[in-house]
Write a protein of this length. Structure first.
Length: 44
């Protein structure tokens, strides 16, 4: 159970692989996208 173990998080980090124990981190939408900087105000 350590760096050589394929199934542990530490082993995944050591090998540079991903899986159930070490999922890829999804990008959060940036602040600009949330506020919609490029879009104009809708006419009433």
């Amino acid at each position: 159970m350590g760096k050589g173990d394929k199934k542990t998080k530490r082993g995944k980090i050591n090998r540079g692989t991903f899986g159930a124990r070490r999922p890829r981190i999804k990008k959060k939408p940036s602040v600009e996208q949330q506020i919609n900087v490029g879009s104009k105000a809708k006419p009433k």
